[in-house]
Write a protein that binds this ligand. Structure first.
Ligand code: CTP
Ligand code: CA
Length: 226
């Protein structure tokens, strides 16, 4: 279309993005978390907004600056993120789960600061709920996009996650590769659908990855008639 429609490809679309790492408390002064900076999810939220979408960003622990003008909801734990995301899912057109959600949390959260003893300490952890898998089970009209952080056998594990979590696309990154993954401003990703590899991006800024991913999502939604 025109220059205008090209710049507003996601106009009228409601997009939910999750970003950052969750924070799982052990006691009032300690928690478990991961290396996620939030940069990839923030770049997606910002790019979606520039493409005319109505964006909701649900963010855990992040070190990057929040994109301006985006509606941000802050959460701490995987459980809080689950509630924030599932509560808004029905209203969304596109959901992109870039957050690094903890797989485990403390089986017991201590209300008091844990005191050290002369003995070694063993922490008991229990599984968190898989948010993306929960969305995959409840999916109706939504276009669902997951991420997969891998250090080896990227295609195999990514395709596995795509199927298990009923995603429309999965964005895989080899976090062991230079220029990819958690903390930097660049990423190298492969995008898979149920038919296999659909895009293999070179080293790009997270902003460029975000735009190219959203254009791919838009094209696939259009091709599917919605
Ligand atoms: N994810 C989620 N809820 C969890 C764990 C993961 O929604 N409790 C989502 C992430 O946001 C990401 C996708 O699932 O979009 C894949 O996360 P990843 O950690 O790569 O995969 P897991 O399924 O957790 O498997 P593993 O960590 O064992 O590789
Ligand atoms: Ca995980």
């Amino acid at each position: 279309g025109s220059w205008f429609s090209r710049g507003a490809k996601l106009k009228g679309k409601r997009v939910l993005v999750t970003a950052g790492g969750t924070m799982e408390r052990l006691d009032p002064v300690r928690f478990l978390t991961n290396d996620s900076s939030g940069k990839m999810g923030f770049a997606i939220a910002e790019a979606a907004q520039l493409m005319g979408a109505d964006v909701t960003l649900i963010a855990g622990r992040t070190t990057a600056a929040v994109p301006s003008g985006v509606n941000v909801i802050r959460v701490e734990s995987a459980q809080e993120m689950l509630e924030a995301v599932t509560g808004r899912f029905a209203d969304m057109d596109i959901v992109i789960k870039a957050a690094a959600v903890a797989d485990y949390r403390a089986a017991q959260i201590s209300g008091q600061k844990l005191k050290k003893t002369g003995e070694k300490l063993v922490l008991e952890l229990e599984r968190t709920v898989d948010i993306l898998e929960t969305l995959g089970q409840r999916k109706q009209h939504q276009f669902l996009v997951g991420f997969a952080a891998e250090t080896d056998q990227v295609e195999r594990y990514a395709m596995d996650k795509l199927r298990r979590k009923n995603c429309d696309l999965i964005v895989a990154n080899d976090v062991a590769k230079d220029g990819a993954g958690f903390n930097g401003d660049t990423n190298i990703v492969q995008v898979y659908s149920s038919e296999g590899l659909v895009d293999s991006m070179p080293l790009l800024s997270k902003r460029e990855v975000a735009t190219r991913l959203l254009e791919l999502i838009e094209a696939r939604m259009n091709a599917a008639g919605g």
